[in-house]
Design a protein. Sequence first.
Length: 315
Amino acid sequence: MIFRFIAAKKAEHSIKTMCRVLEVSRSGFHAWQTRPPSARACADERLTERIREIHAANRRVYGSPRIHAELRLADGVRVGRKRVERLMRQAGISGLIARKRGRTTIRVPGVRVCEDLVDRAFLAAAPDRLWVADITYLRTWEGWLYLVAVQDIFSRRIVGWSMADHMRTELVTDALQMALAHRRPAPGLIWHSDQGSQFVSLAFGQQARAAGIAQSMGSRGDCFDNAVAESFFATLKKELIHGRSWPSKAELRTEVFEYIEVFFNRRRRHSTLGMLSPADYENRTLDPRGRSLAASRLASTNTIKFTAPTPSAIA
């Protein structure tokens, strides 16, 4: 490190003076300059180049945990997390930092809301047992767009979503119908959301009951009661929305589609899923040969009961 510092500063100060102040020999510095790179330095250079490729291939949003997972799981490289962090820091490569989100929940005074059937137990032993949903807003030069996303807790896959330039009930009913068409869940599914007016609307409630869905709602003003849905929107905004401005609504719609359907559901590694993508996790855990992969994550669900709703619960 001292010799590298001297080499970096030799245009500003004499080598003789720096060696004297730093208490190293000039002969040692000159020998270091002419010495060929060590095997470790060569390996670091190759690893840094691969890190750059992984970072670029994943929308430049991956930080050290996911790049480390990509090296370990996809490339089969045995490397420590701290070494990856060091090489990323030296190469000026980093992940993204989330910004704070604004308020989109609009409540209807005097309307009775559903009970919280989840109680922050965001675990499911199988697909289509528990879905969470939320609404967020996205800014463009042409005005606001509103996005509702429906996420399956089992695999963290976005199973339904909808975008519009309004926050009417159709925004959430369209996402519900998309999720139902894609997954065809059995009766007994729990739909968990906040107390927004769209989720307590008559039209949405009727469609949910017709599909055999029991609605669940978190407490008022507590983001932790819908933490998984909040986390998805924080990730979306960090990795896509806040990286640039959006001149048109059409362009943003296209990019959100690509992010959800191509990147998030099929490629992006999730720490909750053992650094697998939602699609890979479903494929491996639902295949009889891959059931052991889900065993450790789902072991705690043995104490959580997801019971089918009674007629009074969905009435």
